[in-house]
Design a protein around this ligand. Structure first.
Ligand code: B12
Length: 214
């Protein structure tokens, strides 16, 4: 029963039917399905299929954008249920997608889940220059800096940002975590980041662990 409801959401996402994704997600919640289950077993797998089809040249960028809009429609319904605004802040995070990179779906999920875990999040958005990350660290004094890169051509901007922080003697002011499609644990270690995660839930655990250690 649950499976068929989740499958309907995934199918609607694959067809780019934003309104249908929104209404099916609302219905699934009314029927008592856990928002995290809807996210993990309906929306995320849909976006993974879209990613594969784009990679294999089966669909175009326009189709990806239409599917991402449908994903956002579902997330919009889940957001208040996955986040808990009443919670007091357990730490402060500055986050952004690095310079030259416009991908923000994964980063936005991380923002949502971090807020849900009680973290205060300053979201710098997409295409964030190393200097802007550095300025935000001076102004906001966060416990953690989180950087996302989705392109092999932009992952170097993560290390460029870390170098900028080293130049300004800010590197030891924050813990740094990274993520996004081309990044790996090995890359994180090589560039002197403090951690890497490949999904939202691991990212939350990692962030809380690093903040508590600091
Ligand atoms: C959606 C999408 C787009 C959309 C972005 C819309 C948006 N608002 O984000 C659009 C259409 C704009 C786009 C454009 C391009 N894209 Co694109 N895109 C994708 C796609 C299909 C899905 C990405 C996505 O949202 N996934 C869903 C989310 C939930 O997952 P995620 O982003 O991986 O995030 C998770 C983890 O990585 C992690 N995470 C992410 N960030 C962070 C940060 C931290 C700190 C941590 C801890 C964890 C973490 O947690 C997230 C949640 O679980 C991927 C394919 C794929 N399978 O990844 C290609 C993909 C990333 N794109 C690709 C390419 C090539 C491009 C373009 C260059 C295409 C072109 N020729 O123009 C442009 C580049 C534009 C630019 N300058 O950025 C390639 C990159 C290849 C590479 N290795 O370099 C991919 C891999 C597709 C492919 N296989 O070829 N894209």
């Amino acid at each position: 029963m649950i499976t068929s409801e989740l499958e309907l959401i995934t199918k609607a996402l694959l067809k780019g039917q934003a309104n249908r994704v929104k209404s099916l997600t609302t219905l699934a919640i009314e029927n008592g399905i856990d928002p995290r289950v809807i996210f993990e077993r309906a929306l995320l797998p849909g976006m993974q299929v879209i990613g594969g089809q784009f990679r294999d040249n089966i669909i175009f960028i326009s189709d990806v954008l239409i599917a991402s809009r449908a994903m956002h429609a579902g997330l919009h319904v889940l957001k208040p249920l996955l986040s808990n605004p009443q919670q007091t802040s357990v730490g402060k995070v500055v986050i952004g997608t690095v310079a030259g990179d416009l991908h923000d779906i994964g980063k936005n999920l991380i923002v949502m889940m971090f807020r849900g875990a009680g973290l205060e999040v300053i979201d710098l958005g997409i295409d964030v220059q190393p200097e802007d990350f550095a300025e935000a660290i001076i102004e906001q004094k966060p416990d953690l800096l989180a950087m996302s890169a989705m392109l092999t051509t932009t992952m170097g901007m993560i290390s460029e940002t870390i170098r900028e922080l080293e130049r300004r003697k800010l590197r030891h002011e924050v813990k740094i975590i990274i993520g996004g499609n081309p990044t790996t644990q090995v890359f994180a270690q090589a560039i002197n980041a403090d951690g890497y995660a490949d999904d939202v839930f691991k990212a939350v655990d990692l962030a809380l662990k690093l903040i508590n250690k600091a």
